[in-house]
Design a protein around this ligand. Structure first.
Ligand SMILES: Nc1ncnc2c1ncn2[C@@H]1O[C@H](COP(=O)(O)OP(=O)(O)OP(=O)(O)O)[C@@H](O)[C@H]1O
Ligand SMILES: [Mg+2]
Length: 231
């Protein structure tokens, strides 16, 4: 289980996240909701270790990761699909996916076929440069790159942002299939309510860097949505 406890995090002088606690279990899709700028990406980056926590703890299966590097956390089983995808534009699709294997600390030497099979469009594009792909194709590439190291925790930061509906449907299917396999804990930050309702098991809403609400799908009422999410 991934656990975040009383996390405080920020940039320079400014504190962005305050007292944030959450849990994600294997086989579960936990959604992180909130309006623009509330701190969803800051939380993802703090879990991955790209941003160091000021206070609190990030742990996985009881192992304290708070002071560990992003590389260590990746080897410990945390995969990250960042907002904006961060595909390497000059590298080929194949090379981008190979970089995902680095996170497995040499345990996995070839791109796992079952991970790539979730994105059937990719193999035909292996020789193309990442930067030449469409936004939706890059999102699938970033997802496949994260899956290549067989992560046990998957952090997905707005995977549907700026993506055409057919690829959003593909991404939904991939998330559902990973959930059905039951091995992976997924933390999903996403603005589309329709999307999170279709895949999510549990929901946390951030407001001004703090958890303002949490609950299951049944409790995510129109009133809650109006109060915390409607722009
Ligand atoms: N590198 C940075 N340096 C300083 N402040 C930052 C930095 N990145 C983000 N912030 C600030 O931190 C706050 C939270 O930003 P964050 O990107 O985590 O929000 P978000 O919920 O992911 O928003 P969005 O829905 O637009 O992706 C914002 O006020 C933002 O301006
Ligand atoms: Mg964000």
């Amino acid at each position: 289980m991934l656990a975040v406890q009383q996390l405080e995090s920020g940039y320079g002088e400014s504190i962005i996240l305050r007292n944030v606690s959450l849990k994600v279990q294997p086989g579960q899709v936990v959604c992180l909701l909130g309006r623009n700028g509330v701190g969803k990406t800051t939380l993802m980056r703090s879990i991955m270790g790209v941003l160091k926590a000021r206070k609190g703890m990030v742990s996985y299966n009881g192992r304290n990761l708070t002071k560990k590097s992003p590389g260590f956390r990746a080897k410990a089983g945390i995969g990250y699909v960042p907002q904006g995808r961060e595909v390497f534009p000059q590298l080929t699709v194949y090379e981008n996916i190979l970089l995902g294997l680095e996170a497995s600390s040499g345990k996995i030497r070839e791109i796992p076929e079952d991970a790539i099979a979730k994105f059937p469009v990719l193999p035909a594009m292996y020789e193309r440069r990442g930067g030449d792909l469409s936004g939706g194709q890059q999102q699938q590439l970033a997802f496949a790159r994260a899956l290549a190291s067989r992560p046990e925790v998957l952090l997905l930061d707005e995977p549907c942002e700026g993506i055409q509906p057919s690829i959003v449907d593909d991404i939904r299917d991939v998330i559902r299939s990973i959930k059905e396999e039951g091995q992976t804990a997924i933390l999903l930050a996403e603005q589309s309510l329709e999307f999170v309702k279709s895949v999510g098991d549990y929901f946390y809403i951030l407001e001004k860097g703090a958890i303002a609400w949490e609950g299951g799908l049944d409790a995510l009422s129109d009133e809650v949505i109006m109060r915390y999410l409607t722009v």
